[in-house]
Design a protein around this ligand. Structure first.
Ligand SMILES: C[S@@+](CC[C@H](N)C(=O)[O-])C[C@H]1O[C@@H](n2cnc3c(N)ncnc32)[C@H](O)[C@@H]1O
Length: 205
């Protein structure tokens, strides 16, 4: 099964799976960094069933939710019919240049082929002065996250992420520890992962 089919297959169960992987408190930390205000427009990239979207909707932010999985977007749309959903790919997001105030990408980067290109593409859709907030896994060595969860990357080194933010034309770039972990057990029970989460952010020049 490829990654696309995997997310199509788990879409109806994703909310429960997500809760078992990481806590709602991660979302509060993303919003604290992004400081969304009512009336702003945000893009939630690799939105899944709307973990980040939900908090933005609650704060009066207009959201464009992008994901390659239509099944995930359908689950999101059932809960948040007011949100614009767009099926799209990491390297060619279906959003115009400079269209949004904020871009979020939670637990998405380790699924894309070319993280540097994905970050540049998310930066493209930001207005000047807009903020990108990317949350993902620190480096780890849990092979089952690739074989069972279809991760492409075994987390990231902060210096690589900082370089990608800077190359994309972001300033005030920073990477910090979220103080949250992502936890999962392998199906066979042979391995248990508990991987720390980072939050990277930067402002478009
Ligand atoms: C681990 S889930 C995270 C979902 C959501 N952000 C959350 O925190 O619950 C990763 C999401 O990224 C999407 N995705 C993976 N690769 C993608 C790509 N190349 N382009 C667009 N979306 C992608 C998947 O379909 C999936 O919904």
């Amino acid at each position: 099964m490829d990654s696309e089919s995997y997310f199509d297959n788990v879409a109806s169960q994703w909310d429960g799976m997500r809760r078992s992987f990481f806590a709602d408190s991660l979302r509060d930390k993303l919003l604290h960094i992004a400081q969304p205000a009512p009336g702003m427009t945000a893009a939630d990239i690799g939105a899944g069933t709307g973990f980040v979207t939900s908090a933005l909707v609650d704060r009066g932010v207009k959201v464009i939710a992008v994901d390659r999985s239509l099944a995930m977007l359908r689950e999101l749309a059932k809960k948040y019919p007011q949100v614009k959903t767009r099926q799209g790919e990491a390297e060619s997001l279906p959003v115009e240049d400079g269209a949004v105030d904020l871009v979020f990408a939670n637990m998405y980067l380790h699924h894309v082929q070319r993280p540097a290109v994905a970050i540049a593409e998310m930066t493209r859709i930001l207005k000047p002065g807009g903020r990108l907030v990317v949350s993902d896994l620190d480096r780890h060595n849990h092979e089952f996250l690739r074989s069972e969860h279809h991760d492409l990357w075994m987390g990231f080194a902060w210096e690589d992420v900082m370089g990608w933010l800077s190359d994309a034309g972001l300033e005030e770039e920073q990477v910090e520890c979220a103080g949250e972990d992502c936890q999962a057990d392998s199906v066979g029970g042979g391995d248990k992962a508990k991987v720390s989460i980072f939050i990277a952010s930067g402002i478009k020049r």
